[in-house]
Design a protein. Structure first.
Length: 428
């Protein structure tokens, strides 16, 4: 499998630096060898072109390729073929042959493994054979001490440079692996400890993965890999869920779902779910299903709705204020008795709608009793919005949190002249 573009360009640039430095150094021992043999200007021209110009040409070829990694890996075999031809041209001098052969073989092995090593040796043999067929076989195995020393130093430097490059890549790979392992551990801990249900499904709605939180809801056999993920849904929801999953897997677009699930104890649970496709592979995509249990929230909403209807149906006026006196809600009877519209009083301080018939000390004393005893009731005069005066009976009760701190006040009042039954309710 070819490397990704970013990694491929990095390989091209790394090999360019190594190839340029190694080929430029090769000019020294090979040039000295040619000097000792009184070689002609043609040999010197070929030497300079091959070892100074050629590295830039193959780099340009690779960097402009649509598949730079593959082009650079192919360049290694081109290197091997040309170096084999140079070995034959020089007459197979042992130390020069060893240095070029070792460099080409090591580079191919590092980048392409045993197969690359075998192909590099084959290319070098082919290059040597081709030159021998054209220029003849004229072995000259000996090299001068200076050439031998340069070859030995060059081979050592090249091996060390490749070792450092491999070491850096290994360190980088190890760091990436550690980072990936740490990331996987974080996600594993989140999935295992989150209350939300997290699952991966295929396009048919079959389990590919379920988080441990599912074990609190469904039996193990219901969570088996490949099982229908929606087998335990309410029948009205299952077919719709299958359609949504298939659509998300086909299009890659996220979807929302409201699901009712029968848990392992036979209770109906309500979930708010989100479906998101995993688009790192060709469609149909796998999908991630994240579900939040909203059963208690829905039941709480239903209770609040019932309570709200009950308040609206009462003949007594109800006003609920925050601890600082800000009006939070009022019922219909409040509006009918006081003449104030609901929107006019919500968010206003309770002091703003007092009729002004009683001194501030009256209210201060009433609230002081509420703070001491939690409750106050009494009869007083009040004024409607239109200015008319009526006598009212009012009770004020404090609502406290578990820490015994007052969070709200509930005011209940009615016109004291209205006939009441024994339960205190108005009668017509």
């Amino acid at each position: 499998m070819l490397l990704q573009d970013g990694v491929g360009l990095e390989l091209v640039r790394t090999n360019r630096a190594v190839r340029t430095a190694a080929f430029a150094y090769s000019v020294l021992p090979i040039g000295l060898y040619l000097w000792n043999r009184d070689s002609g200007i043609g040999a010197w021209a070929l030497l300079l072109f091959q070892f100074l110009v050629y590295p830039q040409l193959v780099y340009s070829r690779a960097i402009r390729s649509a598949r730079p990694a593959q082009a650079e890996l192919d360049n290694l075999f081109l290197d091997a073929a040309f170096l084999g031809a140079w070995i034959a041209f020089l007459g197979f001098p042992v130390w020069i042959m060893f240095g070029l052969l070792a460099a080409a073989s090591l580079n191919a092995a590092v980048n392409r493994g045993w197969q690359g090593l075998a192909l590099a040796l084959a290319c070098m043999a082919a290059g040597a054979a081709l030159w021998a067929a054209v220029g003849g076989f004229n072995p000259t195995l000996e090299t001068s001490p200076a050439v031998t020393l340069l070859c030995a130093l060059g081979s050592l430097a090249y091996l060390s440079a490749v070792g450092v490059v491999v070491w850096r890549q290994t360190r980088r790979l190890a760091a990436t692996r550690d980072e990936l392992a740490a990331s996987e551990e974080r996600y594993r801990l989140i999935a295992e400890n989150a209350d939300d249900l997290v699952a991966m499904l295929d396009q048919e709605g079959r389990w590919l993965y379920t988080s441990p939180s599912y074990e609190r809801v469904l039996a193990p056999e219901a969570l088996a890999l490949g099982a229908d993920a929606f087998e335990h849904l309410h029948p009205d929801d299952a077919e719709h869920a299958h359609r949504v999953i298939a659509r998300a897997a086909a299009t890659g677009k996220p979807r929302a779902l409201a699901l009712r699930l029968v848990d392992s104890e036979g209770r109906m649970r309500q979930y708010r779910s989100h479906v998101r496709a995993v688009t790192t592979s060709p469609p149909p995509y796998k999908v991630i299903l994240v579900s939040q249990d909203v059963t208690d929230l829905r039941e709480s909403e239903e209770k609040m709705l019932l309570a709200a209807h009950a308040l609206e149906g009462m003949t007594e006026a109800i006003m609920i204020t925050a601890a600082d006196g800000t009006i939070v809600t009022v019922n219909r009877a409040f509006c009918e008795i006081t003449g104030h519209a609901r929107d006019d009083v919500l968010g206003q301080p309770e002091k703003a709608i007092r009729g002004g018939l009683l001194p501030p000390e009256f209210y201060e004393e009433a609230y002081a009793i509420v703070q001491r005893e939690g409750y106050w009731s009494g009869t007083s005069w009040a004024r409607r919005k239109n200015g008319s005066v009526y006598r009212e009976w009012r009770s004020v009760r404090a609502v406290k949190d578990p820490g015994a701190r007052t969070t709200h006040y509930v005011h209940v009042f009615y016109e004291a002249g209205t006939p009441r039954n024994s339960a205190g309710q108005a009668v017509s």
